[in-house]
Ligand binder design. Structure first.
Ligand SMILES: [Zn+2]
Length: 405
């Protein structure tokens, strides 16, 4: 497989021809969708039979190697520069196979002491090829389309607008950056009925520099018809969510939905570095959803609270494993489901973690996670109820997954 494996617009148009089918199929009851799954439960329902949502996917890390190569060719990018340094990585950004090989080599290093830095470095691969607002719009459209073809009924991207502003030539404003992503989202909905939302992030450790600008643009651009979310990502130890109560106040006041990465960056059984108290602080400062939230398992009373109040947990079990926090087999997803907590599974950074979609991730890890296709049906319902969408869109999604007729 060489450069001829990359996609051009004609390929996407071809893919688009099948989208009506996706929309129609996704309108069926879950048990009628995508028959013939490889992994089946006792009643014959397979993982490939059920639609899914992905509420936790970082936009740049969701590009496939083919998408990276397509943009590298379009923008004549021949070299990837390492994150915050000029050291060249040994890969040809115009060759999907070379990109895949780079990720095959770097993924096992994520668990080493310098792993998190390597993980951040790996994100420079997609960021080095996004050069224009058109590219941002296209990577949004391409991913919505690709994921819909795999059975995704609603996709939520997140990412830092200041990162994209720095990647794109010409210093666009935050409004222009978010406008380009929104154009991609809007066009896929208008043309093909596909659903997606963008969540603007800032990294907690960079809050002094960027929080105010991101908060202001979210408060300004959010509307109930076209929601724009806010996420607090980045380093957890030393940055408890309560620290950000005042800075995110304009987003709360604007009614824009908030999710916060919390309770991720620590290890069982004690979860010292990102304890369950970070999750309760995140809820306290306005988060309706929690990113990762693995340390929730250490606080049964908080688990009861999340269940009773409908706080949704966007779990990312493969990410937690590959970054060395816990093996997939120890992930508490099963316990969360058994406890009745609203929960879903996200891909987080699929390019860096090697899972192209939630479906592929679940098929590969179903035994370790002890989940069935019926659990996925339930998680899709939870995800639709927790999605950052308008009331009208939520009703459409309920119909798509067969919850209402
Ligand atoms: Zn994340």
């Amino acid at each position: 497989m060489g450069k001829n494996k990359t996609m051009d617009r004609r390929d996407f148009l071809k893919l688009g021809a099948g989208l009506t089918g996706v929309a129609v199929v996704a309108g069926c009851a879950p048990s009628l969708i995508f028959r013939g799954g490889a992994v089946s439960s006792d009643n014959g329902l397979g993982f490939e039979d059920v639609p899914f949502v992905d509420l936790h996917r970082h936009l740049e890390a969701g590009l496939s190697p083919e998408m990276v190569a397509t943009l590298a060719q379009r923008n004549k990018v021949e070299k990837i520069l390492k994150y915050k340094s000029d050291e060249a990585l040994p890969l040809d950004p115009q060759d999907p196979e070379s990109i895949q090989e780079y990720f095959r080599q770097i993924i096992p290093t994520f668990k080493t002491p310098k792993g998190f830095r390597n993980f951040l470095s790996s994100l420079s691969v997609p960021l080095s090829v996004i050069k224009s607002l058109e590219d941002l719009r296209d990577v949004t459209r391409w991913q919505i389309q690709e994921q819909a073809l795999k059975g995704c009924v609603h996709l939520e991207f997140r990412g830092s607008p200041y990162t994209y502003k720095a990647a794109v030539d010409g210093e666009p404003s935050y409004e222009e950056v978010i406008g380009a992503i929104h154009d991609g989202i809007r066009s896929m909905y208008e043309k093909s009925g596909l659903s997606a939302t963008y969540i603007a992030c800032f990294s907690k450790q960079k809050a002094d520099q960027y929080a105010e600008g991101v908060v202001d643009v979210v408060a300004k651009m959010h509307t109930s018809d076209f929601p724009l979310g806010l996420d607090l990502a980045g380093v957890e130890p030393g940055f408890p969510p309560s620290k950000f109560r005042d800075v995110i106040a304009p987003v709360r006041e604007a009614g824009a939905p908030i999710t916060i990465h919390a309770g991720e960056q620590s290890r069982p059984p004690r979860f010292e570095k990102a304890p369950a108290s970070f999750i309760s602080e995140a809820i306290d400062v306005g988060a309706r959803r929690i990113g990762h939230g693995t340390s929730l398992i250490s606080d049964p009373r908080l688990m009861d609270y999340c269940r009773d109040k409908g706080v949704h947990v966007e779990t990312c079990p493969v990410s937690n494993d590959l970054l060395g926090y816990m093996p997939v087999s120890q992930h508490p997803l099963r316990q969360f489901l058994d406890h009745g907590i609203s929960v879903s599974v996200g891909t987080d950074d699929p390019l860096s973690f090697g899972s192209e979609s939630v479906r592929e991730l679940l098929i590969r890890n179903a035994d370790a996670l002890r989940i069935s296709p019926e659990d996925v049906v339930r998680m899709t319902q939870y995800g639709v109820e927790a999605a950052f969408v308008s009331d009208k869109r939520r009703q459409e999604l309920r119909k798509k997954i067969g919850v209402v007729s």
